[in-house]
Design a protein around this ligand. Sequence first.
Ligand code: NCD
Length: 311
Amino acid sequence: MAFKNRDLLSIRDFSKAEILHIMDVASEMDRSLKAKDRKYSRALEGSVLASLFFEPSTRTRLSFEAAMNYLGGRVIGFSEPSHTSIVKGESFEDTIRVVDGYCDIFVMRHPQNFSAMRAAELAVKPVVNGGDGTNEHPTQTLFDLYTIMKNFRSMENLKVGFLGDLKYGRTVHSLSFALALFHPVFYFISPKSLALPAQYMDGLVKAGVECHEEEDLMKVGDRLDILYVTRIQKERFINPKDYQAVKGVYQIDRSFLSHAKDSLRIMHPLPRVDEINPQLDRAPQSIYFQQAHNALPVRMAVLALILGAVE
Ligand code: NCD
């Protein structure tokens, strides 16, 4: 398995065996963090991560930067493109070419689909996609899978409901493709206007996955092992009226639990707006904060593998 110097652009570029290997390395990072044995605290000493965020972020940027710090590396970058020469008219392409000379690896988030791929074409250094428009968010998927593995022991044969904005939500696009390797049944629950786009649905069906589409969560809620809730992606709507029409369409609270299996687990990539009532936060079914925390060991694994500090 070759991870060294590899770009991480789409989850579809990774085989099941490779994904499982990343899970193993993440488990080891997790163990080491919890044991505070500092085994990897100098693993990336002397390496520099360029953290380029052309779009708002809390978890992705901070957990990548924390991961680099915990591995002894250093971080440069920006979280606000208006503080860069882009406001003077510098192109995205020139920005990438220049930063390529200042770092060993990039993590990048950008509002345009396939922008990470474009950066990878220009840069000699490996590029990790931290979210490209409505397309993909592959490292989110890796710690979503890690969270599933820790809670269910295996990722095989799960009934997974994806709820909310399946059109613009890139986390669902990546996660559904990765989970497709583990014989799932999928329930895509959304308003019709936010259904999973055909290009993703076709790919899943071609991969042999049993997929159902539904508008009413109550119709399928009792079958699910996992409910993966997502935010309506307000900033992606071209017409604000279309957003108003679906705003707040799903809001789950404690009453939902009586319709679900006790073993149901509720996930969410966060940030949440109003789709999960905070009264659910303490329920044993809710694992979204644990999920967010798993970003750290998984992103440590990603950086260490790509920079060749672990195999
Ligand atoms: C997600 C994203 O950026 O796609 N956030 C994250 O990284 N956890 C989800 C979202 O913004 O809704």
